[in-house]
Design a protein around this ligand. Structure first.
Ligand code: ZN
Length: 151
């Protein structure tokens, strides 16, 4: 069995160095939101093209630490091609994994590679870095508030 912390570092470093969907904003985007994590200085905007309830394409722009960037990259890699409902369910599962100190009770979505984001639970300061992109995604899909902050 692979040690999750080794895997965590490997995947985070890879996605920080070669972020997927970075600066590749869809020209025909119809959903967007941006968000800040003032504690760390992370700032990202995410744009999506959603048709028939499916995330057809996506991109993100901005700057921040390795964890925040890798989280955004992993997130978009996972949700493009999925339905809005699946994307929102993943957001809830990630949020629960990262903020719930007790044993997770509900059956979590199959997080797959996203499970490595759980590695930040050991570093409470970094949890907001890892969840920032997900909050921005949620805001973009809900189309209610288009500016979010982790504070
Ligand atoms: Zn950060």
């Amino acid at each position: 069995m692979t040690d999750l912390s080794d895997l965590y570092e490997e995947i985070i470093l890879d996605h920080n160095k070669n972020p997927r969907f970075f600066n590749k904003v869809p020209e025909n985007a119809n959903r967007q939101a941006e968000g800040d994590n003032p504690l760390c200085g992370d700032h990202y905007s995410i744009q999506l093209r959603v048709d028939d309830g499916i995330v057809q394409s996506a991109g993100f722009e901005g700057a921040g630490c390795a964890i925040s960037k890798a989280s955004a990259s992993l997130m978009l890699e996972r949700i493009v091609g999925k339905t809005e409902t699946e994307a929102i369910n993943l957001f809830h599962s990630i949020h629960e994994m990262l903020t719930n100190n007790e044993q997770v009770t509900s059956e979590p979505a199959d997080l797959g590679k996203l499970e490595v984001l759980g590695g930040v639970r050991k570093y409470p300061m970094r949890v907001k870095c890892a969840t920032l992109a997900w909050h921005v995604l949620s805001a973009a899909l809900n189309d209610t508030e288009n500016q979010v902050s982790t504070e």
